[in-house]
Ligand binder design. Structure first.
Ligand SMILES: *Cc1c(COP(=O)(O)O)cnc(C)c1O
Length: 400
């Protein structure tokens, strides 16, 4: 079947909750993907960091196949031989004491919400059920009904109420507003260190450090959603490290699955995650042997290949080169590591047409909201590949 037929099938039988670029990917390797007609594209989005290791990294494919040949799914009713080592290695990698594995990012966020609420009632002494969680405007933490309850994006929630109470929104980057919003009932502050879906939005310098300090002095937990920014994406192992912050909890996902399997987790202190008792929370597939084996391999590759260091170096290069493009459409280049947003002027006519033009030239990226193009290639990308991408972007931004 050719691309046209396949897209028609998806359109006919699939709910229309996405609006993909008109390319049907059929194969992939490293930073490259191939459509059904055999055309080759450089993946400059890497599934929002889920493919940070590149497509089908050999060590990850090997780990998955090896595990599939032994045991795949057991349920948490029993121990499995990959689970303990995975959680130990994840704790060592993140500098945390405990881990709770789930599957999707949204589930990790839901798990963190439950954990901080329980902490508020059991440890902090907040009256049941008055616990409040402070979040930021333009946040993205997933798509479940509770998580969209505290979104500020109308499209994400407009049709889906009634909403879960217990959340307060402050402007992203406003530490004074955080301080003011805290009450004796505040359980936690939940924040993306850099907002990805909002368009790679960096907070003002010092915000994360000050927010962490405000949380500490008010007995409020600091929860970092590092699902997109974690594991080297921003040039540090975790984006909170840019300001020396150690969160109480971190939500992890995407790259933890090495681009081959959905793996998520919450990691954090024993004081908080240690409060769960058997039966209170769980997941059929969370912590299954394949997920654990893949997660372990993903962590090992990040260390062995210094993906964080590569992201820092190549990211700086990419940002400098993009900033030197002279185009009337570009308003700003912002980002950290290989996590970059190109903000266009409103007069540019929207980011979509540029993404479509780049696709035709063999570079895959995607607009976020109307006027931002997000560049987030696999962290294994080489200098030559980046140079090629920059020349394509330059061509499109200066001729369209
Ligand atoms: C992608 C993402 C999520 C949700 O992850 P899913 O696996 O899609 O549920 C949550 N938070 C952030 C910051 C994300 O980028």
């Amino acid at each position: 079947m050719d691309s046209k037929v396949l897209m028609e099938l998806a359109d006919t039988y699939g709910a229309r909750n996405y609006k993909p670029l008109p390319v049907v990917i059929d194969k992939a390797e490293g930073v490259w993907v191939f459509d059904v007609e055999g055309n080759k594209y450089l993946d400059f989005l890497s599934c929002y960091s889920a493919v940070s290791h590149g497509h089908r990294h050999q060590a990850l494919v090997d780990a998955a196949i090896r595990q599939i040949g032994r045991v795949t799914v057991t349920s948490r009713a029993f121990h499995n031989s990959e689970l303990g080592p995975f959680m130990k290695e994840l704790c060592e990698f993140t500098g945390m004491e405990m881990a709770l594995p789930m599957n999707s990012g949204a589930e990790a966020v839901e798990t963190a919400i439950k954990a901080v609420r329980k902490w508020a009632y059991v440890v902090k002494g907040v009256p049941k059920y008055d616990a409040e969680i402070i979040v930021c405007s333009d946040n993205f933490h997933g798509r479940t009904t509770t998580v969209v309850s505290f979104s500020t994006e109308e499209l994400y929630k407009e049709a889906f109420g009634p909403f879960t109470p217990g959340f307060k929104v402050i402007p992203f980057g406003d530490a004074d507003a955080l301080e003011k919003a805290i009450t004796p009932n505040t359980a936690a502050f939940l924040v993306e260190p850099i907002q990805g879906e909002a368009g790679v939005v960096l907070p003002p310098d010092g915000f994360l450090a000050r927010a962490a300090e405000i949380c500490r002095s008010n007995n409020v937990l600091f929860v970092a959603d590092e699902i997109q920014t974690g594991f080297g994406r921003t040039g540090r192992r975790f984006a909170v490290e840019h300001e020396g912050v150690k969160p109480d909890l971190m939500c992890l996902g995407k790259a933890l699955g090495g681009g081959v399997y959905p793996v998520s987790a919450v990691v954090g202190s024993r004081d908080v995650l240690g409060l769960f008792v058997p039966g209170e929370h769980g997941s059929t597939f969370g912590g299954n042997p394949v997920a654990c084996a893949v997660g372990r391999a993903a962590l090992k590759v990040m260390l062995d290949e210094d993906l964080t260091g590569k992201s820092a170096e190549n990211g700086q290069y990419l940002i400098e080169k993009l900033a030197s493009i002279k185009s009337k459409h570009i308003k700003q280049i912002r980002g950290r590591g290989l996590f970059v947003g190109m903000v266009l002027h409103p007069e540019a006519g929207g980011a979509r047409r540029f993404c479509e033009a780049l696709m035709k030239r063999g570079l895959l990226c995607k607009e976020t909201h109307d006027n931002v193009i997000r560049f987030a290639p696999p962290l294994v990308i080489t200098r030559e590949q980046i140079d090629w991408a920059i020349s394509e972007v330059t061509e499109v931004m200066t001729t369209l």
